[in-house]
Design a protein around this ligand. Structure first.
Ligand code: C2E
Ligand code: MG
Ligand code: MG
Ligand code: MG
Length: 283
């Protein structure tokens, strides 16, 4: 029928778009309820010292345990949450949850620095209040909390308020890192005005480093840059022993990726770090 006349085509197109729009709206309503219904959960991925292989940190990565579709990765709902300006709500939920879990590991004698991703949308003075409250409620030492912000996020966050918020967070003792470093367009001049403690080298460079000379040079230069600026550096997306060897020889102290472990549910991560001696605390 759609092919019978030009108008039909148009109707067909409209129907498809309308259907997609309705599906998005429905998913957005579901997502709003998901937070209230505790359907969100956090997976944890270890960060490992490249020479000693000790787990020194962890990244918190949100998941949505969808009642019908199963476990959804952030790519399936974060863009939607951004569109609806829901990220402050979502990020606050993850911050509270992840600080609570990290405080328990710390209590068990396994103090890990925990990286939590924060959307550009969330970087304002409310975030400072959320973080201060989460630290106080959980008892997690501020130095163990690291907020990960993308370069693009740093640029798009309304400059004045965002930089005020970041300075206040830094004042609390919270660490700040630039996520996916090297993929954005942040100038070093701008970044040097912010209280940054660490950078995370994006996995596209790490993974290309053994194939392409430019990528290898970029990784080596970023590690040097971090060194010279007294920033810690974490390499993302390490999937092979060869990539790990390259990072080790380039002077990168900490790495994260499938080579060590995928992001794990709370209990499995507890086993991974040897916190299973007190499962009732981890549960
Ligand atoms: P990201 O912060 O750069 O996180 C790293 C992503 O790379 C994660 O994807 C992780 O599962 C994946 N990954 C880790 N190791 C490897 C590896 O060796 N190979 C490959 N191919 N991938 C690896 P995930 O969990 O799907 O998260 C995607 C992005 O969603 C994150 O990128 C982050 O930007 C965002 N995100 C995740 N959780 C949150 C959150 O709670 N709040 C906010 N605002 N953003 C979040
Ligand atoms: Mg991250
Ligand atoms: Mg990243
Ligand atoms: Mg990345």
């Amino acid at each position: 029928r759609a092919k019978a006349d030009g108008k039909g085509c148009h109707h067909f197109y409209n129907a498809t778009v309308e259907h997609a729009v309705r599906a998005q709206q429905q998913r957005l309503e579901e997502l709003k309820l998901a937070i209230a219904r505790d359907e969100l959960t956090v997976f944890y991925q270890p960060q490992v010292n490249t020479s000693t292989r000790a787990v020194v940190g962890v990244e918190a990565l949100v998941r949505w345990r969808h009642p019908i579709e199963g476990m959804l990765a952030p790519g399936a709902f974060i863009p939607l949450a951004e569109g609806a300006r829901m990220m402050p709500l979502l990020d606050a939920w993850v911050i509270r949850k992840a600080c609570t879990d990290a405080a328990q590991w710390s209590t068990l004698g396994i103090p890990l620095r925990i990286g939590i991703n924060v959307s550009a949308q969330s970087i304002d003075l409310d975030l400072v209040a959320v973080v201060a409250d989460a630290l106080q409620q959980s008892g997690l030492p501020a130095e163990l909390l690291e907020l990960e912000i993308t370069e693009t996020g740093l640029l798009t966050a309304g400059e004045k308020i965002a930089s005020k918020a970041l300075h206040q967070l830094s004042g609390l003792g919270v660490q700040l890192s630039i996520d996916d470093f090297g993929t954005g367009y942040g100038s070093l001049t701008y970044l040097s005005t912010l209280p940054i403690d660490a950078i995370k080298i994006d996995r596209q460079f790490v993974q290309a480093a053994l194939q392409e000379r430019p990528a290898a040079a970029i990784v080596a230069s970023l590690i040097d840059l971090a060194r010279n600026l007294d920033l810690r550096v974490v390499s993302e997306g390490v999937e092979t022993a060869a990539q790990l060897d390259f990072l080790l020889s380039s002077g990168c102290d900490v790495a994260q990726g499938y080579w060590f472990s995928r992001p794990l549910p709370l209990r499995e991560f507890g086993h991974f770090i040897g916190a299973e001696s007190a499962p009732e605390v981890i549960l």
